[in-house]
Design a protein around this ligand. Structure first.
Ligand code: NAI
Length: 275
């Protein structure tokens, strides 16, 4: 059911690659709620052509941009102005993450440092770049809402999440620093959503992902949040209903981050002991 929460709003959604992507689901919801959007992804990801389907479904234009390149981001914003027919946008979703070390299953004590820098550049500094370029171009409307997507491994140790733990910690920190700046100057909100493990291309690239997934699910009173659940939360954060929420890392994880133990986990452990 749609509520027209984003009627009259314009935004940019990064990072949709297939229908499992959190960004894909978010684009669908934003469209459903009345927003006009531009979709973007790295040129190499667009070669697969899958994004065309989402563009059709959401009546959106696709503008390629490597989020590590300030020139590409400038070009994205210029072209988005033309495509949307506005000078400024109301919301931006940064839904970008990639670690060559994680992808190539490098052990945490055997990291390739060039790749480490790539992980940080792609997964965290790109968030800063998108805001820095946007501020310089005066591209964000007063009261706009900017979101990044994080994971609890920013704050707790998680084997196999490797250098992405550091990348997410940087991402969350950037949200606070830029959030303060943009809040004071233009009433703009900047937050990160810390999402449950979700079955996506990025998610599945993590060794032992199924175990992360099942463990989080059983330790979350509400169960894991899906990509669609996350999309709904993003819509709320882009809407006018959350105007005073900023500089936060917002857990969207079915209660996992606040759980010590759950009945579901006790039952599972007990049944395994009894077997
Ligand atoms: P996904 O694989 O569908 O999306 C990641 C996107 O990043 C892809 O579309 C990819 O093309 C894009 N990307 C990579 N390098 C890029 C670059 N240089 N420039 C522009 N785009 C680039 O996976 P998912 O899970 O939807 O990821 C979205 C965000 O959610 C990421 O920040 C991820 O870390 C975060 N997240 C994912 C969780 C999960 O379990 N899947 C849990 C918590 C957070």
């Amino acid at each position: 059911m749609a509520y027209n929460l984003l009627k009259g709003k314009y935004g940019i959604i990064t990072g949709a690659i297939d229908e499992n992507s959190i960004a894909w689901q978010t684009a669908l919801k934003c469209h459903e709620e009345g927003a006009k959007i531009v979709l973007t992804n790295a040129p190499i990801a667009l070669r697969m052509g899958t994004l065309n389907k989402l563009a059709e479904l959401t009546d959106a234009v696709i503008i390629p941009a490597d989020a590590t390149s300030t020139e590409d981001i400038e070009n994205l914003y210029e072209k988005a102005k033309e495509a949307l027919g506005v000078e400024k946008i109301d919301f931006l979703l940064h839904s970008i993450g990639m670690s060559p070390n994680v992808r190539k299953k490098k052990h945490y004590a055997d990291l390739n440092y060039d790749w480490f820098q790539k992980s940080i550049d792609i997964s965290a500094l790109s968030f800063h770049k998108m805001m820095q370029v946007g501020e310089k171009m005066d591209f964000f409307k007063d009261g706009a809402s900017i979101l990044g997507l994080s994971y609890i491994a920013a704050q707790r140790s998680y084997p196999n999440y490797g250098d992405m733990c550091q990348a997410k910690a940087v991402l969350e920190s950037i949200a606070r620093s830029f959030g303060q700046r943009l809040g004071e100057s233009k009433g703009i909100r900047v937050n990160t959503i810390s999402q449950s493990p979700t079955v996506t291309t990025a998610g599945k690239g993590i060794k032992g992902f199924n175990v992360f997934y099942d463990y989080a699910d059983i330790l979350s009173p509400l169960g894991n949040a899906t990509a669609e659940d996350c999309a709904n939360y993003c819509v709320t954060m882009f809407s006018d209903l959350t105007k005073k929420v900023t500089m936060q890392n917002l857990f969207h994880d079915g209660g996992f981050s606040a759980s010590g133990m759950t009945e579901k986990l006790i039952d599972k452990m007990m049944s395994e002991v009894e077997e």
